[in-house]
Design a protein around this ligand. Structure first.
Ligand SMILES: [Fe+2]
Length: 139
């Protein structure tokens, strides 16, 4: 059972971003699955590094869109991205150095909750701004 299942509420209607979010969900699900079946830490580390790289590229694409459209909440959004990266890194490091699997559960819970909330609230906000602006430009 995947940790995150794509649904319409995640759909922002901007194709490269929606595709990237789907990619993000599938990488998080891969990590979750690997944890669930007890894959080696080095294999988990590889998936985690791939996830991190993907997230960095995706955040960069979003930040570029916010910059181009002069989204007023950009600074706050950037901080949310930075906070996410920092927390995920910290949890994964703890996981690698801990004998307890509970930290793995905490990591996955953090990923799920953050992604669900971020997609539906923070990302929704800049996409609305973007669409309003595009509407104004094409009107
Ligand atoms: Fe975002």
């Amino acid at each position: 059972m995947p940790l995150l299942i794509w649904n319409d509420e995640y759909n922002l209607g901007v194709s490269p971003i929606d595709e990237q979010h789907q990619g993000l969900l599938s990488l998080v699900n891969r990590l979750h699955e690997a944890l669930a079946v007890g894959e080696s830490r080095s294999h988990l580390g590889e998936i985690f590094e791939a996830l991190k790289k993907y997230v960095q590229e995706h955040f960069h694409a979003e930040e570029e869109l916010m910059h181009q459209s002069q989204f007023p909440g950009r600074q706050e959004h950037l901080q949310a991205h930075a906070g996410f990266c920092e927390k995920v890194d910290q949890l994964f490091l703890q996981f690698l150095h801990s004998a307890s699997f509970l930290i793995g559960i905490e990591l996955m819970r953090f990923l799920r909750e953050w992604i669900e909330q971020h997609l539906q609230e923070a990302d929704q906000a800049y996409i609305l701004h973007l669409k309003a602006q595009q509407g104004a430009v094409s009107a």
